[in-house]
Design a protein around this ligand. Structure first.
Ligand code: PLP
Length: 384
C-alpha cells in the first residue's frame, strides 16, 4: 500500500502554502511568493480577502445549511446580484463547481430539445470539466482515455471555424457550447466573427448558445463576463472559479425561455446555493464593485501585456484583461515554472511553450514588475 493517502490525480509541487494576502503567498518557512496564478483564476479579490472572510464568518455563525427545500436570503440576494451583472436577465441555478454548472447547462439544452434535440457542438481544445458529460464536451481526446464510452451526442469542431460548426449542425443539435477564451488550452480567444456567427446559427436553428465563463467570468477580462466586452450575448452561461474567491460554488445562468425549462425534480444539488458560499460570493461581487476592479483589471492587464512583450524568449502575448498567455520561442515553459517557483513567483504552463498568467485582480504594478523581472532572468537562463 502506498504511503500517500491522496489519490494520484495531480502532479503536485513540493511546496505547501500556509498563508496568503492579496497577491502574495507564504510557505511554511515564511518564504514569500508573488502569485500570478490565483489558484488557477480563482482568488481574484486576493488571498484571504478580509471582506470575504468577514462575510463567511458572519454567515457561518448565523446559518450554514437548510437544503434547497427552503430558501435563504444569501441565495436570493446572490441570484439578484448576478442578474444585475447581466443588465437584468437570467435565472440562476447554483451548484458547487464549474463542471456542475456546465452539466446544468447541458441538461437545460437537452430538456429544451424535448428528446429530439440532444447533441452538443463544442470545440476542439475546449475544456468544460471532468464529470462524464463535461469530459465528453471537453475537446481533448487524451483526457477521455480510460473513461470511454462517454455519454453520446458531443462533437468537437475546430475552434474559430464557423463553417465547421455550421456544417455539423442538424435537427438533432440541442446547443452550441464554447468558451469565449479557451483557458486550459493556453488562453486562445474566440474571434468576434466566430462568436457572432455562432449567435446567428443558434438563432437560425432555435437552439441555445452556451458560453462557459467558468474561467473568463467575474471580471477576469475587465468586464463582469467576457461576452460583455465582445458584445455577443449567450442564452445560457456558466460561472464558478472566482465567484466565491476559492469557496466551492458554481452557477448556471439562463435567459428565457431556457431559464424556465426546469421544473421541480429535474435537477438539484444538496449544497448548491448554500448560505455561506453565497455570502462569500456576494462579498466578492461587492468588493469588485467598490474597488473598481473591472477598470483596474483592464489597466493592469495592459501593463502586464506590455511588460511580457518586452521579454526576450517571448514570441507572442495573447489574451484580455488579466487572462494572458506568453508563447515562448523555446519549449521551456515547465522548466521556467519550476525555476520561478524557487525564485518566489507562482505561475503555470499550459503546454511546454505556453505560460499562463491569471493573477489575483488585486495584484499591484510593483508586484507585476518584480515578477516580470524574475521571469526575464529565468527566461534568459532557460532559453540559452
Ligand atoms: C472553462 C472551464 N470550464 C469548466 C471548468 C471546470 O471547473 P471545475 O474544476 O470547477 O469543475 C474549468 C476548470 O478549469 C474551466 O477552465
Amino acid at each position: 500500500m502506498t504511503s500517500d493517502p491522496l489519490m494520484n490525480t495531480y502532479k503536485r509541487q513540493a511546496i505547501d502554502f500556509v498563508r496568503g494576502t492579496g497577491a502574495t503567498l507564504f510557505d511554511a518557512d515564511g518564504k514569500e511568493y508573488i502569485d500570478l496564478l490565483a489558484g488557477i483564476a480563482v482568488c481574484s479579490v486576493g488571498h484571504a480577502n478580509p471582506a470575504v472572510a468577514q462575510a463567511v464568518a458572519d454567515q457561518a455563525r448565523e446559518l450554514v445549511h437548510v437544503s434547497n427545500i427552503f430558501g435563504t436570503l444569501p441565495m436570493r440576494r446572490l441570484a439578484e446580484k448576478l442578474r444585475s451583472t447581466t443588465g437584468g436577465w437570467g435565472r440562476v441555478f447554483f451548484c458547487n463547481s464549474g463542471a456542475e454548472a456546465n452539466e446544468c447547462a447541458i441538461k437545460l439544452a437537452r430538456k429544451a430539445g424535448s428528446g429530439k434535440r440532444y447533441k452538443v457542438l463544442a470545440s476542439l481544445g475546449g475544456f468544460h470539466g471532468r464529470t462524464l458529460a463535461t469530459l465528453a464536451a471537453t475537446g481533448q481526446p487524451e483526457k477521455w482515455k480510460g473513461f470511454e464510452p462517454l455519454p453520446v451526442g458531443f462533437s468537437h469542431l475546430p475552434f474559430n471555424d464557423l463553417r465547421a460548426f455550421e456544417e455539423a449542425l442538424d435537427g438533432e443539435t440541442a446547443a452550441i457550447l464554447v468558451e469565449p477564451i479557451q483557458g486550459e488550452r493556453g488562453v486562445i480567444p474566440a474571434t468576434l466573427p466566430f462568436l457572432k456567427g455562432l449567435r446567428a446559427l443558434a438563432d437560425r436553428f432555435g437552439i441555445p448558445l452556451i458560453f462557459d465563463e467558468v474561467q473568463t467570468g467575474i471580471g477576469r477580462t475587465g468586464s463582469w463576463w467576457a461576452f460583455q466586452h465582445l458584445g455577443v450575448k449567450p442564452d445560457i452561461f456558466t460561472s464558478a472559479k472566482a465567484l466565491a474567491n476559492g469557496l466551492p460554488i458554481g452557477a448556471c445562468i439562463a435567459d428565457e425561455p431556457y431559464g424556465s425549462v426546469f421544473t421541480p425534480g429535474d435537477h438539484g444539488s444538496t449544497f448548491g446555493g448554500g448560505p455561506v458560499v453565497c455570502a462569500a460570493a456576494l462579498a466578492v461581487l461587492d468588493y469588485i464593485e467598490h474597488e473598481g476592479l473591472l477598470a483596474k483589471t483592464v489597466e493592469r492587464g495592459r501593463y502586464l501585456e506590455e511588460k511580457l512583450r518586452q521579454l526576450s524568449g517571448v514570441e507572442l502575448v495573447r489574451g484580455v484583461g488579466l487572462m494572458r498567455a506568453a508563447e515562448l520561442t523555446k519549449p521551456v515553459a515547465f522548466e521556467v515554472v519550476s525555476k520561478l517557483l524557487q525564485e518566489g513567483v507562482v505561475l503555470n504552463a499550459t503546454s511546454d511553450s505556453v505560460l499562463r498568467f491569471v493573477p489575483p485582480l488585486v495584484i499591484s504594478e510593483s508586484q507585476i514588475d518584480q515578477a516580470i523581472g524574475k521571469l526575464g532572468a529565468v527566461l534568459n537562463k532557460c532559453s540559452t
